[in-house]
Design a protein around this ligand. Structure first.
Ligand code: TRP
Length: 321
């Protein structure tokens, strides 16, 4: 039996190469090696988006982008979170096994408040909804970035408490902290993140990609100096090439005469051709929304089946008539 792996992706606007190499690429591989469950987390996004059109647009675009990049409801279970509202029902049930103190200690909650978000119940119980996402589908493994580690620990605690009370209803998920995400640097050498405005967006037009690459910071090493490979230009370039080409690039960095401008020009071409097919796929999907809707429907029906099965078990265990 293939391992059931689950992950949620918030629809927060333009996907960038950090998202791709940090997580999406792995998801696409998991479709073959595992029993992948992956969804666009639009309920979660309600904690930060309160405009109808923006939430609709972001959700649809995230689904289309991920389809274009290779996620497929045929190969995996890939859906829009709110299409399976059973998750909200289970979240209510689970909230009775979630500790208020633990939610209050959540660093992600505290950070969000510190950044100016209003402390409403949605934000507060965000980890319970996440637990529901994970437990509803009896996930065995959840790979996340380290910023989500505490949420996963909360999930496990809730599941254990619930199982101790009612018997073995839920699979207790393992956590896998994916560190590759943290090492993808942006054009300013900080972690690549939309909030730092230092990304290279995947689906942007070629001019935008070019200007972002040209803006990658470089040092002031002279033409005759060997160059430092611990720099964003080298790191970003490396994402797109295999080990052998990486060693060649290293040699070029160590040899006097390397011009950063030339490396940047190459990188522009590499990025553009790397995503070319995916970009045309996105164009295709945008002009064939029927196809997108069909995929959404398939994802919904596959996810719903599992969700209803778990929920039935939960209701019967807890005494909900
Ligand atoms: N909170 C996650 C994030 O912001 C998204 C998410 C929602 C998720 N539900 C999940 C991730 C369940 C893993 C499992 O990145």
């Amino acid at each position: 039996m293939k391992k059931r792996i689950l992950s949620g992706i918030q629809p927060s606007g333009q996907l960038h190469i950090g998202n791709y190499f940090g997580m999406i690429e792995r998801m696409i591989q998991f479709q073959d090696s595992s029993d992948l469950f992956c969804f666009v987390a639009n309920y979660h996004s309600m904690t930060s988006i309160n405009e109808k059109v923006k939430l609709e647009k972001n959700t649809q675009e995230a689904f289309i982008d991920l389809l274009a990049l290779g996620l497929s409801p045929e190969k995996s279970t890939f859906w829009v979170q709110s299409h399976v509202p059973e998750v909200a029902e289970l979240a209510w049930i689970l909230s009775n096994y979630a500790s208020v103190g633990q939610m209050q200690r959540s660093t992600s909650y505290k950070d969000k408040i510190a950044n100016g978000l209003k402390p409403n119940m949605g934000l507060f119980s965000y980890p319970v909804l996440m637990a529901s996402d994970i437990l509803l589908f009896q996930s065995e493994l959840v790979p996340v970035g380290k910023d989500q580690k505490q949420h996963l620990e909360i999930t496990r605690d809730i599941a254990i408490k619930f199982n101790n009370t009612f018997g073995d209803v839920f699979t207790i998920p393992d956590i896998e902290i994916d560190t590759s995400n943290d090492t993808i640097v942006g054009i300013d050498n900080r972690k690549m993140s939309k909030s730092y405005n230092n990304t290279i967006p995947i689906f942007a037009d070629n001019d935008t990609i070019k200007s972002q690459v040209m803006n990658i910071i470089t040092d002031s090493a002279g033409l005759k100096d060997p160059k430092d490979i611990n720099t964003p230009l080298f790191n970003i370039y490396s994402l797109f090439i295999d080990e052998e080409s990486k060693n060649e690039l290293k040699d070029r960095y160590n040899t006097p005469g390397l011009k950063y401008m030339e490396v940047k020009k190459e990188l522009v071409d590499i990025i553009i051709s790397f995503f070319e097919e995916k970009k045309s796929m996105k164009e295709h999907l945008l002009s064939n929304i029927d196809e997108v809707n069909k995929e959404m429907k398939l994802g919904k029906s596959k996810a719903k089946k599992i969700a209803q099965k778990t929920l039935k078990k939960v209701k019967s265990a807890t005494g909900l008539l």
